[in-house]
Design a protein around this ligand. Structure first.
Ligand SMILES: *Cc1c(COP(=O)(O)O)cnc(C)c1O
Length: 372
């Protein structure tokens, strides 16, 4: 049996007729970029998050870059974020001309540790970019308190966390802007790249809209220098089909995570929930000093798995000039050594989760038969 980490073909096969029909409609319409489907997706996603504005862009990375620019982040500014995330989080901060300043994560959720933030705030600090890693929101109450006290902007990297919540509040809706990715493997993924900025602030929405079309609000009239970061109608059409299923997919992911938690209790460490959080389990990760052995064993047995993330950002060559060293962020560094994502996509059968859990147990050095 072959189990993949992300089952994109399975997801397509499940919705084949609906997706094919939606794509054919776009092809026949002759409207391929920033048309009615993108506008509908923008409305629906903003509504999902409980905010008035959504602006579709070409990727999650561009959502971050344009949100930062729209908030006025640039040269000379410092932006505090986590080193335990996909490169885009800090890469886009750098692209604006600002300097990423890293704060270690806390070990339970692997999200930025608010207690590590205060000491890093300087007169140049302009913003905090919390990342809702693996699909669970960072401690936003603490982050927002700090931001209020120090008059900082908050831009949420919610690329892994569409549909996540905390005490009824939605991921992406709590900061000045929230950024989403529709990369195919994300919980809501297109058939290509895509992204969106959501916000309550009409000015931020207007600026992102202008930046995505080369700083223009009116054809051929440019009041600032932006870029081409438009969203395709074909992507929007596919995403509108899938959006209808997102909630039930998240429910299934939550159920699978509960199943794994039970099967793997005492064998590996799994990140815990912050009180009040609705986790979306974009990635279900296990932690163990035996991580590499578990990974090899799973791969040998045709189970897809992945290390998120093997190199924390403060140790990336691209950020060498920032002067960080190994040992600066011990929790992020240990997470990079010990965490492994295992399959937890909707549709995974109990037989498959059972088989995967047994393989993890074997590799972690425990008897396979140890069932609860
Ligand atoms: C996927 C992701 C991004 C970037 O999204 P793209 O659509 O791939 O550009 C940014 N941050 C995080 C945390 C992500 O998981």
């Amino acid at each position: 049996m072959n189990t993949v980490l992300f089952d994109l073909r399975g997801q397509y096969n499940l919705l084949r007729e609906e997706i094919d029909a939606a794509v054919r409609e776009v092809l026949a319409s002759g409207e391929y970029i920033l048309g009615p489907r993108v506008r509908l997706l923008e409305e629906n996603l903003a509504a999902c998050c409980g905010v008035p504005y959504g602006v579709g862009v070409a990727s999650g990375s561009d959502a971050l870059l344009l949100a930062l620019l729209a908030c006025g982040i640039g040269k000379g500014d410092e932006v505090i974020t986590t080193p335990f995330t996909f490169f885009a989080t800090a890469g886009t901060i750098s692209r604006t001309g600002a300097t990423p300043v890293f704060a270690d994560i806390e070990p339970v959720t692997c999200n930025i540790d608010p207690e590590k933030i205060s000491a890093l705030i300087s007169p140049r600090t302009r913003a905090i970019v919390p990342v809702h890693i693996f699909g669970q929101m960072a401690d936003m109450d603490a982050v927002l308190d700090l931001a209020r006290a120090h008059r900082l902007l908050v831009i949420e990297d919610a690329c892994q966390a569409l549909g996540a919540g905390n005490k009824g509040r939605k991921a992406g809706s709590l900061g000045h802007a929230g950024c989403f990715s529709f990369f195919p493997t994300k919980n809501l993924g297109g058939c290509g790249d895509g992204g969106m900025v959501v916000t309550r602030d009409p000015q931020v929405a207007d600026r992102v809209m202008s930046l995505r079309t080369h700083g223009s609000r009116q054809k051929f009239i440019h009041h600032s220098v932006g870029c081409n970061s438009r969203l395709d109608e074909i992507q929007a059409a596919v995403l509108l089909v899938k959006l209808k299923y997102l909630d039930s997919w998240i429910e299934q992911r939550v159920a699978l995570a509960g199943e794994y938690n039970r099967l793997l209790d005492g064998v590996v460490v799994t990140p815990g929930l912050l009180p009040g959080n609705r986790h979306t389990y974009h990635l279900y990760v296990v932690g163990s000093p035996q991580r590499d052995r578990i990974k090899e064993h799973l791969e040998r047995n045709r189970v897809g798995c992945g290390v998120y993330y093997p190199v924390p950002l403060h140790l990336q060559q691209a950020f060498h000039h920032l002067g960080y060293r190994e040992g600066d962020f011990p929790v992020a560094e240990r997470s990079a050594r010990e965490l492994l994502a295992i399959p937890a996509h909707p549709g995974l059968s109990t037989a498959e989760t059972g088989r995967i859990a047994s393989l993890v147990r074997e590799a972690a050095g425990l008897p396979v038969s140890l069932e609860k």
